[in-house]
Write a protein that binds this ligand. Structure first.
Ligand SMILES: Nc1ncnc2c1ncn2[C@@H]1O[C@H](COP(=O)(O)OP(=O)(O)O)[C@@H](O)[C@H]1O
Ligand SMILES: [Mg+2]
Length: 278
């Protein structure tokens, strides 16, 4: 049985409550985003975007550079507002940034003056979580991302891959309802990238997170996602919104090579590639 079958059967633990009692976490309705450029022109970055994110979805978004991926993420994060249409979370329009939506940026964002442990505790501290619980949760996430031994180090003492792990731990430890990730592995070498892909998918599964993940790697989108959304360019519209149904070994669902060797994976790559290049 595939992951998306699991989702469809509603086998969530119910601890990742996003909004209302139904399982729609985010509803994006007829969203248009226009920018007014310095040269006095209006640019339509996104046009008539419609889709819903359900609880425990792992949505991956692919599309060419400049097609509006970051703009969409910025609106989900509450950094930008739609020009037309609306984005609802639990039935309410997004009013601005919220700790309920954690953002993982392409470049690791860590507080340089805090060690890794304190960086990971930061969001919980802001939320008023007591020191003992903070320490316990930070320890757990540092273990999950393989940074237990680096807890006392400052960010500048870490490699790029380790900083990105720390950022992911920092965002996830604050327990956001929705995790927004903007090409988080884009700057990493291939091996580190694969390791983090495997870890992220395991965390998503274990912690029942809801993830919105931007990438321009078709392989990454299909390996990670439960649903792949392909955006067109100029203006960005949804070209394709398809479930990822790849049979996975229940013992080792994150085995990348096993996933890549399936017929379903190869067919999806062909379809998504064709959509991007059309
Ligand atoms: N603040 C802005 N002002 C004007 N144009 C913008 C602004 N932000 C993004 N754009 C334009 O919107 C389009 C989508 O950009 P972006 O969302 O960054 O694309 P992507 O993340 O897919 O590469 C691009 O044409 C970009 O130039
Ligand atoms: Mg971008």
């Amino acid at each position: 049985m595939s992951d998306s079958d699991n989702i469809a059967s509603g086998s969530t633990t119910g601890d990742n409550t996003v909004g209302a009692a139904n399982d729609v976490a985010v509803d994006i309705r007829h969203v248009v985003k226009r920018f007014h450029t310095d040269r006095g022109e209006d640019v339509t970055a996104l046009n008539d975007i419609n889709f819903a994110i359900r609880r425990h979805d792992f949505i991956t978004v692919v599309g060419r550079s400049g097609c509006g991926k970051t703009t969409l993420l910025n609106m989900l994060a509450g950094f930008e507002k739609p020009t037309e249409g609306e984005i609802l979370i639990g039935g309410e329009k997004i009013a601005g940034p919220s700790p309920k939506r954690g953002v993982v940026f392409q470049k690791p964002q860590l507080y340089p003056w805090l060690n890794v442990q304190r960086n990971v505790e930061f969001g919980m501290k802001v939320q008023g979580v007591d020191a003992a619980s903070r320490a316990r949760t930070a320890k757990e996430y540092l273990h999950i991302v393989g940074l237990s031994d680096a807890a006392d180090r400052k960010p500048y003492e870490l490699s790029g891959g380790m900083q990105q792990r720390a950022q992911i731990a920092r965002v996830l430890a604050a327990d956001p309802d929705l995790v927004l990730m903007d090409e988080p592995f884009g700057a990493l070498d291939a091996l580190t990238r694969e390791n983090l892909q495997v870890e992220l998918r395991r965390i998503w599964q274990e912690k029942r997170k809801t993830v919105f993940f931007i990438t321009h790697s078709v392989d990454e989108a299909i390996f990670l996602g439960t649903r792949v959304i392909v955006l067109s360019s100029h203006p960005g519209t949804v070209l394709m919104d398809i479930p990822v149904d790849i049979p996975r070994d229940p013992e080792r669902p994150e085995d990348i090579e096993a996933v890549r060797s399936t017929r379903e994976y190869r067919e999806l790559v062909t379809r998504v590639d064709a959509a991007i290049h059309q």
